[in-house]
Ligand binder design. Structure first.
Ligand code: PEP
Ligand code: MG
Length: 571
């Protein structure tokens, strides 16, 4: 009998395929086990050598079949599988008279891997970063010794739908979008690693769909990434929908730039980027500029503050991709889900409510001023129209202090992110100082709903269609209008949270008064296609209806019911 699983759709797309489950993580072998009769140190050593060779051969074969950055990652991992420190170290530990007594091959590999990783960490810098790779290889050898599938993304000659509880960032390097045609997870929320990865790759995905991690390997399912639905035993209707999507998705991959509503009203569509490489991809995808450069993404692997020269280079690489176009650069948003050791305190009991974003200027003064100096220096070297903004602004005083600092650094357009409800509710005062606002709907939703954005079980609360969130967005746009009247200067309000990438919500946002939308480049064409079917008056009507809805589901349903194009395009 056909079974349905309901979750949160994070990337649109309709596909039919067979499920492959992500293998379970490798558990630590017990230290105290009775070594069975007939098993000797020599026979265990032989098993270790054979397992290490098998893992190396498997990784080499995968590297040969892989292109791009992932190939290098796999080749390096293959070398590590035969690393004498790891393998000989494990064999040495098997000596029954040695330190700690006899061990199984699995336990010896586990301990040896831990010791090598520890040594690498002690060396610091680049070597320390290899510790995680050694632990990955260790897990692979232990899985091989147990006769279990290797951890990580399954290998398959035929395309498949990857099912998991959730994906770790380390799983993502080897995910090949030509093989994995959709992602479905029982855990994770709309901001989980799975969701972020799926959006970046444009893979249809459903998260927080309880039970999908128990679907048997090889089962055929239909995934509707827009509706957030997974169905087993798909019939002819699902097969037709998947076929139609295959043709449409090619069209939806093309964004021509210059996004406009049906009445010609422009709604520039910008890209969210983290690095120069992302920016190059965004420019190639037709983005009309950058609406959010997450500068902390340039330095996530750093435990010390980057120098001004390093920052100038990193930001300049983004500016260079968008000559004469707008690039909104955000100052470091360290903290909570994006800790930076040189700015954040790992011991805070409640990091999302802690010293993060702009607030770090209180505890670590100097870093922000140097960053603004670097941004101004990078701007001077390029032709991009650079706008700067601070994350996590909560009050008009903070907006005034930040914009003054930015102007002192020589930056002409200084604004704030509105992602704390207090800033939305006092937008007219905030925007009396700031030149513009950018709504960070990811955090605005988590703070309005008091629901951690990373948690799968809270996904339904963490929904930007929630009436409370829509009201905060409206309050921000109204506050911006008031500030514009009072100051005689336009105060544009953009959206750079994930909400902008939902084509139905994009229409509502425009109707609420938002002037630009920034998103993952993959979402540009779909959003543009839907915006092109409505006028400003249509968008305003839909916004009023969504705003009056009693629940997130009702708001979404009302808007979608008036946008038949969504169903036609499978969005
Ligand atoms: C947001 O909060 O919506 C946002 C865009 O910022 P980040 O996701 O980086 O916190
Ligand atoms: Mg945020």
């Amino acid at each position: 009998m056909s079974q349905q699983f309901h979750g949160v759709g994070v990337t649109p797309g309709r596909v039919v395929g067979r499920v492959r489950q992500m293998p379970a993580p490798v558990w630590e072998p017990h230290a105290q086990v009775d070594i069975p009769a007939g098993v000797t140190a020599e026979s265990e050593a032989e098993r270790i050598r054979a397992a290490s060779k098998a893992v190396q051969a498997e990784l080499k074969a995968r590297a040969a079949a892989t292109a791009g950055d992932a190939r290098g990652v796999l080749e390096a991992t293959a070398l590590m599988a035969a690393d004498p420190m790891l393998v000989k170290g494990a064999v040495k530990l098997l000596d029954p008279a040695g330190d700690g007594g006899p061990r199984t091959a699995e336990r010896a590999v586990w301990e040896s891997g831990a010791a090598v990783a520890e040594r690498l960490r002690g060396l610091g810098g680049y070597m320390a970063e290899r510790a995680a790779d050694v632990l990955d290889v260790r897990s692979r050898i232990v899985a091989e010794l147990r006769g279990l599938p290797a951890p990580g993304i399954p290998v398959s000659d035929t395309p498949f739908i990857l099912a998991a509880e959730d994906l770790a960032p380390a799983d993502t390097a080897t995910l090949d979008p030509a093989r994995v045609i959709a992602l479905i997870t029982s855990g994770g929320g709309p901001q989980s690693h799975t969701a972020i990865l799926a959006r970046a790759l444009g893979l249809p995905a459903v998260v927080a769909a309880e039970g999908v991690d128990r679907i048997e390997d090889g089962t055929e399912v239909y995934v509707d990434g827009a509706a957030g639905r997974v169905t087993t035993e798909p019939g002819p209707a699902e097969a037709d929908a998947a076929r139609a999507w295959a043709t449409q998705s090619a069209t939806l991959a093309q964004f021509a730039g210059d996004s406009r509503l049906a009445d010609g009203h422009p709604v520039p569509l910008l890209a969210n980027v983290g690095t120069g490489k992302d920016a190059a991809a965004a420019a190639a995808a037709g983005a009309e500029g950058v609406g959010l450069l997450r500068t902390e993404f340039c330095f996530l692997d750093r435990d010390t503050e980057p120098t001004i020269a390093e920052q100038v280079e990193a930001y300049g690489a983004v500016f260079a991709q968008f000559p004469h176009k707008k690039v909104v650069i955000r100052t470091l948003d360290a903290g909570a889900d994006k800790p930076l050791p040189f700015l954040t305190n790992a011991d805070e009991p409640n990091p999302a409510l802690g010293v993060r974003g702009y607030r770090t200027d209180r505890t670590t003064p100097g870093v922000l001023a140097r960053q603004l100096e670097a941004i101004a220096a990078a701007e001077a070297e390029h032709d991009a129209d650079v706008w700067v903004m601070a994350p996590m602004i909560a009050t008009a005083e903070e907006a005034a202090a930040f914009t003054e600092m930015a102007r002192d650094a020589g930056l002409k357009t200084a604004g704030v992110m509105v992602e704390v409800p207090s800033a939305a509710l006092t937008a007219s005062h905030v925007l009396a100082h700031a030149d513009f606002a950018s709504l960070g709907t990811n955090d605005l939703t988590q703070y309005a709903m008091a629901a951690d954005r990373m948690l799968g079980p809270l996904a339904a609360l963490n929904d930007p269609w929630q009436p409370a969130v829509l009201k905060l967005i409206k309050a921000t746009c109204d506050g911006a209008d008031e500030a514009a009247l009072a100051t005689g200067t336009a105060k544009p309000v953009g959206v750079c949270g994930e909400a902008a990438a939902d084509p139905a919500l994009a229409v509502v946002l425009v109707g609420l008064g938002v002037t630009t939308l920034s998103m993952s480049p993959r979402a540009l064409a779909g959003v543009a296609a839907v915006l092109a079917t409505v006028t400003v008056a249509d968008a305003q009507r839909l916004a009023a209806q969504a705003l009056a809805a009693p629940s997130a589901q009702a708001a979404r349903d009302t808007a979608r019911a008036h946008l038949p194009i969504l169903d036609k395009l499978g969005l």
